[in-house]
Design a protein around this ligand. Structure first.
Ligand SMILES: [Fe+2]
Length: 189
């Protein structure tokens, strides 16, 4: 294993060299939005679209890895585009998100259901503590691009958030970002 300098384009999220990429389309994310009818209407009206792209740089056997996430702007009804959100499988593994372009919200939820958010904008490096679920939300008009770095063995637990959602949803109200209780969140499950 050798040191490397990896170029990250803050305007496109390109990572060079990189070791992998994946793309999530809106059609794969229906369950995370609170308004299913609005979701179906949007896809019928405008077709499927790329919701976000993840590009990683990973050295097998190293403790950490990093990469970028590039999120499209948009809304389903009043709810901003967002990532699925996840806990790490390992409860002792945190992460950082360092925003490069755009604006958004990093919504976090502890295992006990406590909520916190950190503004995402260029220059802000968010600290995600171990065992806090995290979801990024693009509240702006431009792509939201951030660099993440975490442990390779952190693992992803998507099921809890996809099934239950998070306690809060982030929506547009009169041109401003608003946090509301999630009508789909099933407490106590
Ligand atoms: Fe993570």
């Amino acid at each position: 294993m050798f040191p490397a300098g990896v170029t990250i384009d803050p305007k496109t999220g390109a990572v060079s060299p990189n070791t992998g990429t994946y793309t999530k389309h809106l059609s794969e994310l229906r369950s995370i939005y609170h308004d299913g009818a609005e979701f179906d209407a949007r896809l019928a009206r405008q077709g499927d679209a790329v919701a976000y792209t993840v590009i990683e740089y990973r050295e097998p056997g190293a403790d950490i890895f990093f990469g970028t996430t590039t999120m499209s702007p948009g809304r389903i009804g009043d709810e901003y585009f967002m990532t699925r959100g996840h806990f790490h499988e390992r409860p002792d593994r945190g992460e950082i998100y360092y925003t490069q372009s755009g604006e958004g919200v990093l919504l976090m939820q502890s295992r006990q259901g406590e909520m916190r958010s950190v503004e995402m904008k260029p220059g802000v490096c968010a600290f995600i503590p171990p065992d806090w679920a995290h979801r990024s939300i693009n509240t702006g008009e431009q792509p939201l691009i951030f660099v993440w770095c975490c442990n390779q063995d952190a693992g992803h637990d998507y099921d809890v958030i996809v099934t239950r959602g998070m306690r809060q949803i982030v929506v547009e109200r009169s041109g401003a970002v608003a946090y509301l209780p999630n009508p789909k969140f099933a407490a106590g499950n």
